[in-house]
Design a protein around this ligand. Structure first.
Ligand code: GLA
Length: 394
């Protein structure tokens, strides 16, 4: 229902702006990382879910070889040549759209002129991957207007959108966000092996488990790319050390075994901590999958909480504000588990809980966070939802 209302709002916005009916729409959800923190670029395992908040791109083709894109949240609109999208430092948000146009052209889809409007009920900068959702919604929209076989290759599409983010936007992120947005399934968490790209959906039924995303409204300076790049480099350096020491064909931390991390004298203590987090996080994802297969949400929630502890002490990508949200949640009845979600250094906590405690948990979080930090957290109650799609208006 939420989706239909959003598509309708976008349709109306397009008519108001361009004075004609749109032909097509692309819709793509945000995501929440349940388990698998900073494992994706280490070729490890992740377990996210798509959420019931999305970005919608609606619009029509035009004969002129020009793209005009308006976002309800950001003025002014941008225009560019779809055959040669270029960066504009004054409209960075449009890089996500342009990056996808560029990558689609590279993949052989000749993207011609189009007009589009972007509408979203996904908060921007709140750790729920509005950027990946914008990329995937743009791709679905454009492939409906300018069809190309890649639309049938969902993993190819997720990777294409990741390239847009890595190469055009310049953010060195893994595949987690785009994968979740493309492959989301209602009532399911999504497992992905980031090396083999093997993936499966696991039951996370909304009548037993609800997801609360709690935004600290805080971004420490490391969040704006510096911390992420540094962690990535540390993980790569740690993997090189293990390869040299063991003589084994270790390419990434995915290849390092827990007993190797437990016995690594000589490894720089900081690199050891980073490796410890990633290697054990991969194990936690696999144990989390087992818990979901057995329908044991208690055990699954415990994995979330263990992950948070590892973020706090080993990966050092948490923040006092996130720790507080996690701690307050863990003390609340009916909570299975809670952790930091996404890159870190502020941002959001994800709390998995029984359906009937959403209200009391939200009240408690607001009250106690206010006492500790003098402001309210942003609260987004959600469930595991379906993935992206493109559609043509009749
Ligand atoms: C961000 C990135 C993802 C992933 C997470 C951490 O959300 O975009 O690729 O690395 O951080 O798990």
């Amino acid at each position: 229902m939420r989706r239909n209302a959003l598509i309708d709002e976008a349709r109306q916005a397009f008519i108001t702006r361009f004075g004609r009916e749109p032909e097509a729409a692309g819709i793509a959800p945000g995501r929440v990382e349940l388990l698998g923190n900073h494992t994706d670029y280490n070729e490890g395992y992740v377990l996210p879910a798509a959420i019931d908040r999305s970005v919608v791109v609606v619009g029509s083709a035009r004969e002129a070889p020009q793209a005009r894109v308006a976002s309800l949240e950001r003025e002014p609109a941008v225009s560019f040549d779809p055959a040669r999208p270029e960066h504009d430092p004054d409209a960075r948000w449009a890089d996500y759209v342009k990056g996808v146009v560029h990558e689609l052209n590279e993949a052989g889809a000749s993207i011609g002129g189009f007009d589009a409007v972007i509408v979203s009920d996904l908060p921007v900068g709140a750790g729920v991957s509005s950027s990946a959702a914008l990329e995937v919604a743009t791709a679905q929209f454009l492939l409906t207007l300018y069809p190309h076989p890649i639309v049938g290759d969902r993993m190819g599409l997720a990777k294409l959108c990741q390239r847009a983010e890595n190469d055009f936007v310049g953010a060195p992120t893994g595949l987690l966000d785009q994968f979740s947005s493309v492959f989301g399934r209602q009532g399911h968490a999504l497992f992905l092996d980031c090396r083999t790209l093997e993936h499966r959906a696991h039951n996370l039924p909304a009548d037993q488990a609800r997801i609360l995303i709690a935004d600290t409204h805080v971004k420490h300076s490391l969040a704006s790319g510096g911390g992420y790049r540094e962690r990535r480099a540390q993980c790569e350096e740690a993997a090189r050390w293990f390869a040299q020491q063991t003589g084994e064909p270790i390419k990434t931390l995915r290849d390092v075994r827990p007993e190797q991390v437990d016995n690594a004298p000589g490894l720089d203590p900081i690199l050891l901590k980073r490796a410890h987090h990633v290697v054990y996080e991969n194990l936690r994802v696999l144990m989390g999958v087992e818990a979901l297969q057995g329908g044991n949400l208690g055990a699954f929630g415990e994995m979330l909480s263990n992950t948070h502890e590892s973020c706090r002490t080993y990966f050092e990508n948490s923040a006092p504000e996130v720790d507080a949200l996690v701690e307050i949640s863990q003390a609340h009845p009916g909570v299975y588990g809670a952790k930091l979600t996404g890159g870190g250094w502020g941002g959001c906590a994800v709390i998995l809980h029984e359906p009937d405690v959403t209200e009391s948990l939200s009240e408690t979080l607001t009250r106690e966070y206010r006492v500790r930090f003098g402001r309210d957290p942003g609260l987004l109650p959600t469930v595991a939802a379906q993935g992206a799609e493109g559609m043509r208006f009749e």
